[in-house]
Design a protein around this ligand. Structure first.
Ligand SMILES: Cc1ncc(COP(=O)(O)O)c(C=O)c1O
Length: 419
């Protein structure tokens, strides 16, 4: 028998194994200064394209003021205890009511964190007789939620409606045997590539199959739809979403999340969401902070307009220069390039050190081998000058990638990695 920690020390995991080469730079980088379009990395100013502060609320003076006032009045703790026991307040209820109205649902329920919250929602919505059908490219929180499920689950190919139909046929046969129901899960916006979930087509399948739909709209909330109610509103099918989920971690620039749907479903979840029932209530700083942010989402449409002006300028600029930005239908802006992991590392270093551009890099196994994905998140705080500088930098790094500069630069890295 071996010691439990032997394996952990030998094998640090798919990401942990890169720690000695990557930590502090490619992973766990320290961005300093106020959250905005320009921050500091290793003491130098960079244009930041990797922060999900879509509407620029993180550092908005009104938001900072509301957060500070709430902190001064309540400290970080109030209210103490779980919502069910002693952590419930009028303002938690008010926020829920306002969120429900904002996304056009009867009711909403607050969650401390999106990740645990959606896991619990999946866990609470199904029993072992029910079947889950979900997009294969789902966020880790959905995958972990599905892992809690004791019954059958099927994945469908990413955004592939034929594959979804096939799996719904299988799920329907199975549900007829078990006597259970079917839960379909999609994201409103897939956060890596920026494609919207094909909610309109999924909802249309309700004519043919009997299922309920849960949508994780982390990136759609506040950014899509005429009022910012998200991908369902954008595609005209908000009513077809049975359980709507969004986090405060992106457009709302905070912590917390919520679920919304019909009153009887939300009432059920309120009494069955284990990660909320047995966890301390969301502190008042975040509740009051979310009320303020939501008010700004409602009353300051110019923030979303500014965001989209920037998104369009960046995405059109990239397309005009012949970059492959895939099939994004949201603010998430991916740029696909061909190259190895060491080349990607050399390229990102060049972008950061010589052009002052800070963006996230995604490589295999998240995307196929040989592809490099540079992922950019435009926000309302970016300027046309930031966009122009970024487009020029991207043109420069593409020619270096193509003329082999990064291959040469990365040879030392590749050798160190044993590639
Ligand atoms: C698609 C998606 N779902 C859920 C979450 C988790 O939300 P939270 O950060 O509130 O835990 C995230 C990340 O924030 C996300 O991108």
């Amino acid at each position: 028998m071996r010691d439990l920690f032997d394996r952990i020390i030998e094998n640090k995991g798919p990401l942990g194994k890169w720690a000695s080469q990557a930590e502090g730079y490619f992973v766990f980088p320290k961005l300093e200064g106020q959250i905005s379009n320009r921050m500091k990395f290793n003491g130098k100013e960079v244009i930041t394209w990797s922060i999900n502060d879509y509407l620029g609320l993180a550092n908005h003076p009104e938001v900072i003021k509301a957060d500070a006032e709430a902190a001064a009045e309540h400290g970080a703790a109030y209210p103490m205890g779980a919502r069910m026991m002693s952590g419930h307040t009028d303002l938690h209820e008010q926020l829920q009511n306002e969120l429900a109205a904002f996304v056009n649902k009867q009711s909403a329920y607050l969650l401390n964190f999106g990740y645990q919250g959606i896991m619990s929602a999946i866990d609470a919505l199904v029993t072992k007789d029910d079947i889950i059908v979900y997009d294969v490219d789902s966020h880790a929180c959905i995958i972990d939620g599905v892992r809690l499920h004791m019954g059958k689950r099927f994945t469908y190919q990413h955004n592939d409606m034929e594959s979804l139909e096939k799996n719904l046929e299988r799920a329907t046969k199975m549900a007829e045997q078990t006597g259970g129901g079917i839960l379909v899960i999609s994201e409103g916006v897939f956060g890596m590539r920026g494609e919207q979930g094909r909610l309109k087509e999924i909802v249309a399948l309700k004519e043919k199959f009997k299922f309920r739909l849960l949508v994780d709209d982390a990136h759609g909330f506040g950014t899509l739809g005429a009022t910012g109610a998200g991908a369902g509103e954008e595609q005209g099918v908000q009513d077809g979403i049975d359980v709507y989920f969004a986090t405060f971690a992106k457009s709302m620039a905070s912590i917390g999340a919520f679920l919304a749907g019909d009153k009887e479903v939300i009432d059920y979840l309120k009494y069955n969401l284990r990660s909320q029932m047995f966890a301390k209530s969301l502190p008042m700083i975040f509740v009051k902070g979310a009320l303020k942010r939501l008010d700004m989402l409602r009353t300051m449409p110019e923030l979303k307009q500014k965001l989209w002006d920037n998104v369009n300028a960046l995405q059109n600029g990239l397309k005009e220069r012949g970059f492959d930005i895939g099939n994004t239908q949201s603010c998430v802006t991916p740029v696909y390039l061909n190259g190895s992991i060491p080349e990607a590392m050399a390229l990102v270093k060049d972008l950061r050190e010589n052009y002052g551009i800070f963006c996230s890099i995604v490589v295999y196994p998240v995307i196929p081998k040989g592809l490099i994905l540079l992922r950019m998140i435009p926000t309302a705080t970016h300027t046309m000058e930031d966009i122009q500088a970024t487009l020029d930098a991207f043109s420069a790094i593409r020619s270096r990638l193509e003329n082999g500069t990064y291959k040469r630069l990365s040879q030392a890295v590749a050798m160190a990695m044993g590639e």
